[in-house]
Design a protein around this ligand. Structure first.
Ligand SMILES: *[C@@H]1O[C@H](CO)[C@@H](O)[C@H](O)[C@H]1NC(C)=O
Ligand SMILES: *[C@@H]1O[C@H](CO)[C@@H](O)[C@H](O)[C@H]1NC(C)=O
Ligand SMILES: *[C@@H]1O[C@H](CO)[C@@H](O)[C@H](O)[C@H]1NC(C)=O
Length: 429
């Protein structure tokens, strides 16, 4: 008998018919996206005089701005994975923060090829992650990861890389499965925390496979937002929980549902956009006017790679990345990414009012991630799954990422964005 699939709702609760329907209306915006946002990049709109909120820039400012345009932009989303002899920065059997299900090598994953790749963006060089640089740039700051288990996955990657030069103390844990945790790097007075918030907005998570989520799209999740005054950098990473069946509330009314029989189906793309808008608006409203400045990154949707049944051998058994042209984003992945990028753009323009106090950026990883079908735990979500021979059924995780693994690159890109920004503000002074 097939066992219960914890990823089931993520990918299959969605009937074929519905999928077609979404596929169709996903196409139009995609075309639009292609022509108007492509290549999506951090085009320096705020550097061009016509859009500048600084009305009369000094000539020095104009000069400096020109000289940093090159350095301040790179479209990281386009490029290729190239062989890298160096391999990962850390060893999964030494880093203490990796959740067992993602500690692939320690759980007996035998192949190593997936560890020897680095992302080469077309437009720029992406340097190897430099833990010292990260610690220095974020001295005296508090970084919060907010979202679902992919937020945790990225946080654990960051902690492992930083741990190679400075040991963090875990000083706070709360919630089932330690869903809320805080670490301190005494060497740099840097705090790093994780807040479980799979919708980013207020919601009630489904209790079992048969039940459904309840979301309140206009209400931010105060479990993280209440701490905003003490947060200097936020990394949002959410989306997969939007694929489950759900009822969506907005204010006093029910907007509709997803994958439930008794109310109007409204899908989840638009709903995800509304939730992101609420999350960004809360940050802008609470951090814009006063207090410390904040940087916000949104990690775009991280594609899963179920290429067979989740509990059969080979659900995601590739050992090499796809080449650039072999694999594009599937419609659902592309739409979730698009919604994220769109909300980042909208939030950026709202935040302009507050100058550099609220900086918002997409960590546009969807396209580089879709090429890494080789980077998931697969059967090694459990330790030594083949210790007693090859079972008939074996569970596979083709959603999360092995640590070390491709998700280390998300943090490499994040550091590069922070470095470019730091260079930019230096050039301005
Ligand atoms: C990781 O560390 C363990 C324990 O020190 C060691 O046995 C193992 O060879 C290391 N793995 C790699 C890939 O370096
Ligand atoms: C880090 O957390 C500790 C303990 O809550 C606090 O005393 C300290 O001020 C925090 N530092 C930063 C930079 O947020
Ligand atoms: C749909 O049905 C469930 C029970 O199956 C119920 O709890 C829920 O309130 C219903 N939703 C609406 C919008 O009527």
């Amino acid at each position: 008998m097939a066992s219960k699939n914890p990823f089931n709702d993520l990918h299959y609760s969605f009937s074929k018919k519905l999928f077609l329907k979404y596929s169709l209306y996903a196409l139009l915006p995609l075309l639009f996206l292609h022509f108007y946002f492509s290549p999506f990049s951090f085009t320096p709109t705020n550097l061009s005089p016509s859009n500048n909120h600084v009305l009369i820039p000094s000539s020095k400012e104009v000069l400096d701005k020109k000289s940093v345009v090159k350095r301040s932009t790179c479209d990281y989303s386009k490029g290729e994975w190239v062989r890298d002899k160096l391999g990962p920065l850390y060893n999964g059997s030494i880093c203490e923060t990796i959740k067992q299900g993602q500690n692939c090598m320690v759980s007996g994953r035998p192949d190593r090829d997936y560890l020897y790749w680095r992302w080469k963006p077309r437009q720029c060089q992406l340097p190897r992650f430099q833990p010292q640089t990260f610690l220095k740039l974020l001295r005296n700051k508090h970084i919060a990861f907010v979202g679902d288990s992919l937020a945790r996955n990225q946080l654990e990657s960051l902690l492992c890389m930083l741990s190679t030069v400075s040991k963090p103390d875990l000083y706070y844990t709360n919630g089932e499965d330690n869903k809320f945790r805080k670490w301190r790097f005494p060497s740099h007075n840097l705090n790093v925390s994780i807040y479980w918030s799979p919708f980013l907005v207020k919601g009630i998570e489904k209790e079992n496979e048969g039940s459904f989520n309840t979301l309140y799209l206009e209400a931010v999740d105060e479990r993280w937002a209440a701490d905003l005054k003490d947060i200097d950098m936020l990394v949002f990473s959410a989306g997969h929980w939007y694929l489950h069946r759900a009822v969506y509330h907005y204010g006093d009314s029910v907007l509709g549902c997803h994958a439930l029989d008794n109310c109007t189906e409204i899908g989840f793309y638009d709903v995800f956009g509304k939730a992101l808008r609420t999350a960004f608006e809360s940050v802008i409203q609470r951090k814009g006017p006063s207090g410390s400045a904040i940087s916000v990154f949104l990690a775009t949707f991280s594609p899963a790679h179920f290429e067979g049944e989740w509990d059969m051998l080979g659900a995601c058994s590739k050992t090499l990345p796809y080449k650039g042209s072999e694999k594009g984003l599937k419609i659902m992945d592309a739409e979730m990414r698009r919604v994220g990028v769109e909300q980042v753009e909208e939030a950026k323009s709202k935040a302009k009012e507050y100058g550099n106090r609220v900086r918002i950026e997409a960590l546009d990883i969807s396209e580089l991630a879709v090429l890494r079908a080789d980077g998931h735990p697969g059967p090694y979500m459990h330790p030594f799954p083949f210790a007693n021979g090859v079972p008939q059924r074996v569970q596979n995780d083709c959603v999360h990422w092995c640590l070390p693994g491709p998700i280390d690159t998300w943090n490499e890109i994040m550091l590069d964005l922070i470095k470019r920004r730091a260079g930019k503000s230096k050039a301005k002074t």
